[in-house]
Design a protein around this ligand. Structure first.
Ligand code: FES
Length: 105
């Protein structure tokens, strides 16, 4: 059974190192672009529920602007406290001009 895909944005919507929230999903999801790769992640810091797309991407990690928690972009694992729980990450597919996120069933 194929997994549902949701369109995150067009491939030219983000420059290298940028991220933005994805609209139209039930759970908050962010999309980011680094070095030609795309990353989709839970757009909610597990420390105190803050949108991670408000933060920055640096050295393969997302940093929450509120208290500085950091997460690995590829795995969602915590790299710096105060967060202790990982965020979910999602597979990303580029099809033509569209960046698509694969959602769990
Ligand atoms: S809300 Fe993100 S580090 Fe506190």
């Amino acid at each position: 059974m194929s997994k549902p895909l949701v369109r995150a944005c067009a491939v030219d919507a983000l420059k290298d190192g940028e991220m933005q929230p994805v609209t139209g999903t039930v759970d908050p999801i962010g999309i980011g672009r680094v070095g030609g790769e795309w990353f989709a992640f839970e757009n909610n810091c597990t420390h105190e529920d803050f949108p991670l797309t408000e933060g920055i991407i640096e050295a393969g990690e997302i940093e929450c602007p509120l208290h500085g928690a950091r997460y690995c972009l590829k795995t969602g694992k915590v790299r710096a406290v105060p967060a202790i729980c990982s965020i979910r990450v999602y597979p990303v597919h580029v099809v033509g001009n569209d960046v698509l996120i694969e959602l769990p069933v």
